[in-house]
Write a protein that binds this ligand. Structure first.
Ligand code: XMP
Length: 326
């Protein structure tokens, strides 16, 4: 029978054996896999590990704090946060094409991580312990999908953020390679990680950058963050988190429609709710949410988020629609 305590003990022993006294770095994305793999390695080698978190400005409300405060409090991990918000937003200025956005975000992520890497390498060299290892939160399904390759950075290229430099100077530490998502969550809980991280629904590496249809700007990100936080809050309050695989909230920044709010006519943007039910994200159906929950979300978003005067529901399955809009 599968037992999370045994898996933790086994992995901790393996990691210690693999790493010895060398230094290790890890990239935290805010997602489940990187959080749990990093926590396991920390359990094994303590402060030989440094975790790096890149804030690209495309995160949802509270995510940076979750990592910086809650995750660190729960694990004691030594964390370096890279504030790269200006760099990412400058690079994205004027860009509306989804693939172009993805490329830019992926490229800047690697640059930011490599800069952090260089700083840490210099620091480690100064006290004589080279960084030899990089943690990857590869799961069993990822191993199967990528043909079982091992050893070097076999990162899913189609999901290239959270994807790291293919930097072969590091050997990979992959403590989740034999595990499924549910098992990873259980291990995270047993390691005392915050439920907000362990129970998190899938969220794309390029973040809110691919949930603004149109150019990504600071103002638009603020609007979307507010709308997204409201939707998440109400879905959780209604007890729907388990039924929903994920619920992208999308800002149609290039669309305007006429509305009437307060004393007058408005000309604002629509927000799309995209709740889906799925087993593996390969196919999905739109989730039949209760009307009263939809009504509450719609009322709150149009009342609380400036510039948004309409909320629409996406009732498309996948295929033909993808889960994300970009
Ligand atoms: P689609 O939109 O292709 O999404 O139906 C399938 C699943 O993948 C997630 N997704 C991404 N994850 N980087 C990621 O890490 C990406 O670029 C990316 N694009 C889509 C999406 O949220 C869904 O869970």
């Amino acid at each position: 029978e599968w037992n999370s305590g045994n898996v933790i003990a086994e992995q901790v022993a393996r990691i210690r054996e693999q790493v010895g006294s060398a230094r290790v770095i890890s990239a935290l994305s805010g997602g489940v896999d990187s959080a749990v793999s990093t926590a396991l390695v920390h359990e094994a080698v303590g402060d030989q590990l440094t975790a790096v978190f890149v804030d690209h400005g495309l995160l949802r409300q509270g995510e940076r704090e979750q990592v910086q405060n809650d995750y660190v409090a729960a694990t004691g991990v030594r964390l370096v946060t890279i504030d790269a918000v200006d760099i990412f937003l400058d690079a994205l200025a004027g860009v509306s094409d989804p693939e172009e956005k993805r490329k830019i975000i992926g490229r800047e992520f690697i640059r930011a991580f490599e800069q952090a890497e260089r700083d840490l390498i210099a620091e480690a060299a100064a006290d004589g312990q080279p960084i030899k290892f990089l943690v990857q939160g590869t799961l069993y399904p990822d191993v199967v999908e990528s043909g079982g390759g091992t050893g070097t950075a076999n990162i899913k290229s189609h999901h290239n953020v959270g994807g790291l430099p293919e930097d072969l100077q590091f050997e990979l530490v992959e403590p989740l390679r034999t595990l499924f998502k549910d098992e990873v969550r259980q291990i995270g809980r047993d390691l005392g990680l915050p439920e907000a991280i362990v129970g998190r629904q899938p969220f794309p590496g390029p973040g809110l950058g691919i949930r603004i249809v149109g150019e990504v700007t600071r103002e638009r990100l603020d609007l979307l963050r507010q709308a997204d936080a409201i939707a998440r809050e109400e879905l959780t309050a209604a007890g729907l988190d388990r039924e929903i695989w994920q619920c992208p909230v999308v800002l149609l920044a290039d669309v305007r429609s006429v509305g009437v709010q307060g004393d007058g006519r408005t000309y604002g943007h629509p927000i799309v709710l995209r709740p889906v039910s799925s087993e593996d994200a390969m196919t999905a159906d739109w989730t039949r949410l209760p009307y009263d929950v939809l009504a509450k979300i719609s009322n709150r978003i149009t009342n609380e988020v400036p510039e948004v005067n309409r909320v629409v529901l996406d009732v498309t399955s996948k295929p033909p629609g993808t889960i994300e809009w970009e």
